[in-house]
Design a protein around this ligand. Structure first.
Ligand code: SF4
Length: 367
């Protein structure tokens, strides 16, 4: 099977990469820190989104030491819009480990890289090959698809045996002379030509080596088990306004959206209206009894393992003393200061709606 990946196969893909590679801000970058940041950003975020945020993040944190000395709030704010915020917290943790234990530099060895917070095999292989020229193959979703098709591998790609076969093939196909370019070439091929639904085989530089193309079933590969239905969660949140300030809470550092700020609220119970859920959740999370007024927004958002619909209401405090439960901090902040805080995307969309309305407005006296 590995005989398929001949020098001619490698030469064809690398020549195509040299001629057609995408013009991306991190292309040709060899500074290990910058390579690392780009690879972490690209893991679960679209290239277009990363392109828009990459340079700004590096302007704010130009070196590992600059990143290591930043607060978590600042890093999360700089990460806003990229999603999957655990990556930002891990970047910060790893930068601090690098300063404490590695002289502020990334180690060259893939095993040492993989031991850093948030790295894993993918990031370690990408940084080791692109920044340090180490011959280790990257296998991300794009590469897995390309090799499943090249091998005409029609078994379930989620099984360990199939995964091992594909990783073995990716490893044996790797160019030892240009491992960083090779990894980027295979990722590019998956992103631009060997795309999920309709691979563009007539344009493919390695079509003559592709068993999936010959069998005619490339488009259906890799095979994956059908995913379970994604749960849907309904949430009510309160925009609690007092003297021109609005109440926000900081989520605990660990867990989903850890360390981000949000409006108080939570899941609606089956026997509640959204207004009732808003009043109860705000009371439970903040200690405040509120009058629930106008519904100002309904935001739908999809996370990797659930979908959420958020109903946002303007609220006015009636009684009670502020105390945080479920969040680490609560704070009334001026509307003009909200931009300093990192919010999850769904809360950010509520903020955009409020700004488009010209501000918080006033909560009606009666509900
Ligand atoms: Fe993918 Fe088609 Fe190229 Fe095979 S020939 S690697 S299926 S684009």
């Amino acid at each position: 099977m590995t005989a398929r990946f001949t020098p001619a196969f490698r030469a064809a893909l690398l020549a195509h990469y040299d001629a057609e590679k995408r013009d991306l801000p991190w292309r040709g970058e060899t500074d290990p820190y910058r390579v690392w940041v780009s690879e972490v950003m690209l893991q679960q975020t679209r290239v277009e989104t990363v392109t828009a945020r990459y340079a700004a993040f590096l302007r704010e944190f130009p070196t590992i030491r600059a990143l290591a000395s930043a607060t978590e709030d600042r890093v999360l704010k700089a990460w806003e819009g990229l999603g999957y915020y655990a990556r930002a917290r891990n970047l910060l943790s790893a930068a601090r480990v690098l300063v404490a234990d590695h002289g502020g530099r990334l180690p060259r060895d893939p095993e040492a890289l993989a031991a850093l917070p948030g790295f894993g095999r993918y990031t370690a292989a990408a940084v080791a090959s692109i920044a340090f020229g180490r011959p280790v193959a990257v296998v991300d979703g794009n590469v897995l698809r390309v090799f499943a098709r090249l091998l005409d591998e029609a078994r379930d790609a989620g099984t360990a045996a199939v995964r091992a076969r594909i990783e073995g093939a990716a490893g044996s196909a790797l160019s030892r002379e240009r491992p960083g370019d090779w990894n980027q070439a295979t990722m590019d091929l998956g992103a631009t030509i060997c795309v999920p639904r309709k691979p563009r085989c007539p344009e493919c530089p390695v079509a003559r080596w592709c068993a999936g193309r010959r069998s005619g079933r490339a488009a259906s590969l890799p095979r994956k088990r059908r995913k379970a239905a994604v749960p849907h969660v309904e949430v009510a949140v309160g925009i609690v306004e007092k003297d021109g300030r609005v109440l926000i809470g900081r989520r605990p550092s660990k867990g989903l959206l850890g360390g981000l700020w949000e409006f108080p609220g939570g899941k609606r119970r089956a026997d509640e209206s959204f207004r009732e859920a808003c009043a109860r959740e705000v009371r439970e999370e903040t200690g405040l009894t509120v009058a629930v007024g106008e519904e100002v927004d309904v935001v739908r958002h999809a996370y990797s393992h659930f979908r959420v619909t958020i109903h946002a209401f303007l609220c006015r405090p009636l009684s009670g003393r502020l105390r945080a439960r479920g969040t680490t901090r609560l704070r009334f902040v001026r509307e003009s200061e909200l931009g300093r805080y990192a919010f999850p995307r769904a809360n950010g969309r509520i903020l955009e709606t409020l700004r488009a309305r010209g501000g918080m407005g006033r909560c009606p006296r009666r509900t």
